[in-house]
Design a protein around this ligand. Structure first.
Ligand code: NDP
Length: 337
């Protein structure tokens, strides 16, 4: 039975086999492991998300999500199926979504951090950690809460081909905006166009500032990246622009650099809204599940995955997401049903 242990705190990018290690030294006998009133959970799909880099830190450093603990399995969003249960509210065959340790099998004593996942829409389970899960909620909830989008306005979305950005592009198009999206490969540019972006460009081969000068000014900036992209957006912002500060991945592995163009916030009356999705969940959680999964199932909303096959690929997937070599929402497929 494999598990992925946090092995050392990285200085820059997380290194497979060093930052996390795949370990097979412990074995659970699935037929005889005592459940002590709990249940045996089989992991199916694990989400690899950018914020996980922030958890690879010394425990004394404070942040909004808890640090990974050395020599312990890392954890994150996942989907799994119950194999055996002694807990009355959980039955064998139930699918659960929530926080999963990166282990193949886990004995849990209660449903803390987990919820039952009735899949009425026929989506593959992995979608519930992507477009129908935390990243999808991020796009949906913060767009509703902060964009104040008006038909005819212009929005710029960075990291526009990922699970968050690609949904933001589609919500913005549905609201009648002109959408500009940036991403780091031509394949990602193609996907942003399929999502409806009016202007989609590869920021590695095209100058962001020049595109925004030509296609702006921008009324809304959905910031997934920070750094030089944020500098360019501040310069291209309209008066009264809204900046939705979702993430700043360009600094996650280097600490980032101070922002030079911040005075534009004053001179252009820009509102900047940072947020953490879990704080919007109480307000929009129910509405999200009523609205989004069926639109993903029908194809009205587009989404894509990049599947890493096997729990031993977690280290590789963690690095890919930080480097941008993931082609779409990164998911580790641990097991089929
Ligand atoms: P993605 O699957 O899009 O993966 C991250 C992408 O970021 C990479 O694929 C890469 O795409 C891009 N990237 C990496 N390094 C850089 C860089 N130096 N400059 C520019 N782009 C870079 O991620 P998600 O859609 O899951 O997440 C997007 C953002 O949203 C992240 O910043 C994340 O932290 C944030 N987030 C925030 C939440 C919140 O509650 N505030 C919740 C969930 C996500 P490319 O090829 O385009 O460079």
């Amino acid at each position: 039975n494999g598990r992925v242990l946090f092995n050392s705190i990285p200085e820059g990018f997380p290194e497979p086999g060093k930052t996390v290690v795949y370990d097979t030294s412990e074995n659970i006998d699935l037929d005889t492991v005592p459940l002590n009133g709990g249940f045996l959970l089989k992991t199916l799909d694990l989400s690899i998300d950018p914020y996980m880099r922030g958890r690879m830190r010394a425990p004394e450093k404070k942040s909004y999500s808890p640090p990974f603990l050395l020599n312990q399995p890392i954890d994150g969003y996942g989907v799994g199926v119950v194999l055996r249960s002694e807990l009355p509210e959980v039955k064998a065959g139930d699918h659960l979504y929530g926080f999963f340790k990166h282990v193949q099998y886990d004995v849990r004593t209660n449903l803390e951090g987990l919820s039952k996942l009735p899949n009425e829409h026929g989506l593959s389970w992995s979608v519930y950690v992507g477009a129908a899960g935390m990243p999808g909620k991020t796009a949906y909830m913060a767009w509703k809460e902060y964009s104040q989008a008006k038909k005819g306005e212009t929005v710029f979305v960075s990291a526009g081909a990922g699970p968050v950005g690609s949904l933001v592009i589609q919500f913005a198009k549905a609201d009648g905006l002109k959408v500009i999206g940036s991403a780091g490969s031509d394949e990602k540019v193609q996907f942003m166009k399929e999502c409806g972006a009016d202007v989609a460009f590869n920021y590695k081969t095209t100058n962001t500032k020049e595109v925004l000068e030509k296609e702006g000014p921008i009324d809304i900036f959905w910031d997934n990246v920070g750094g030089e992209t944020l500098e360019a957006a501040l310069e291209a912002a309209n008066v009264n622009a809204r900046f939705i500060e979702c993430g700043m991945i360009s600094g996650y592995n280097s600490g980032g650099a101070p922002i030079r163009n911040l005075f534009h916030v004053v001179s252009k009356s820009i509102s900047m809204h940072g947020f953490i999705v879990s704080r919007l969940e109480p307000k929009y959680g129910k509405e999200f599940y009523e609205t989004i999964p069926h639109k993903l199932a029908s194809g009205e909303l587009k989404h894509r995955e990049h599947v890493f096959d096997g729990l031993d690929k977690v280290g590789e997937a963690l690095l890919a997401v930080q480097k941008g070599t993931n082609k779409a929402k990164a998911v580790v497929k641990v097991a089929d049903e």
